[in-house]
Design a protein around this ligand. Structure first.
Ligand code: GSH
Length: 213
């Protein structure tokens, strides 16, 4: 049983969206202040009545707050973590920074993370027949092209920027980093000519929040 005196994160080890939240916690130096509860996605634990009660979309991660509220969606959870814990801001401090970070975070999510996810779930074996109950390979393969277009977009953007959204590291970097990790797992390679994106990913991979989380 989990104690309600601690914030809890329902997650599945090795999955990209929970990893986003772990990286945010690591960046804030707060990993030790959270209880981690493993959800057995491969055995459909996220599609039980008990799990739908905390997230009707049946996805991980989900964060339980100290008040006993359940937050899903990695961006919303990261907002909460950023406001709750001390440490460097991940969502911006000025109005412009906040707007830019949200915009670029959403671009990284839509153009890379979600496009790769749709390719993986529709055009490959995905998580296997028990979980992939509806697949449309044409739609999946179309999303692979979208992901590749996303890679090009970010490659161009990173030609003149060290980070995805601001002068400093933010949740937009976290989303793109795990979007690319998911792409690698799904077998979508970053084309060799996208040297800015490849270099950015290498630099990011040395950041403690990614190795520690
Ligand atoms: N938009 C959600 C996406 C969450 C998501 O898709 N999570 C995946 C794991 S990375 C999941 O729960 N998959 C379960 C399934 O495909 O059945 C977020 O930002 O947290």
């Amino acid at each position: 049983m989990s104690s309600e005196s601690k914030i809890a994160l329902y997650e599945t080890t090795g999955f990209p969206n929970p990893a986003r939240v772990r990286a945010a916690l690591a960046e804030k130096g707060s990993l030790s202040q959270v209880e981690f509860i493993e959800v057995d996605v491969m055995n459909l634990e996220h599609r039980t009545e008990a799990f739908y009660a905390i997230n009707p979309l049946g996805t991980v991660p989900v964060l339980r707050t100290l008040e006993g509220e359940y937050l899903s969606e990695s961006t919303a959870i990261t907002e909460y973590i950023d406001a709750f814990f001390d440490g460097p801001s991940l969502t911006g401090t000025t109005p412009l920074e906040r707007g830019m970070i949200h915009m670029m975070q959403r671009r990284a999510e839509a153009m890379v993370m979600d496009a790769v996810g749709t390719y993986f779930h529709h055009a490959t074996k995905g998580l296997g027949p028990a979980l992939e109950t509806y697949q449309c390979s044409e739609w999946g393969n179309h999303q692979k092209q979208r992901a590749l277009a996303g890679f090009s977009y970010f490659n161009q953007h990173l030609e003149h920027n060290l980070y995805v959204a601001a002068d400093t590291f933010s949740m937009a970097d976290i989303t793109l980093f795990y979007g690319l990790a998911f792409a690698e797992f799904a077998g979508i390679d970053i084309p060799a000519e996208l040297t800015n994106l490849i270099g950015w990913r290498q630099t990011m991979s040395e950041r403690p929040c990614f190795s520690a989380s």
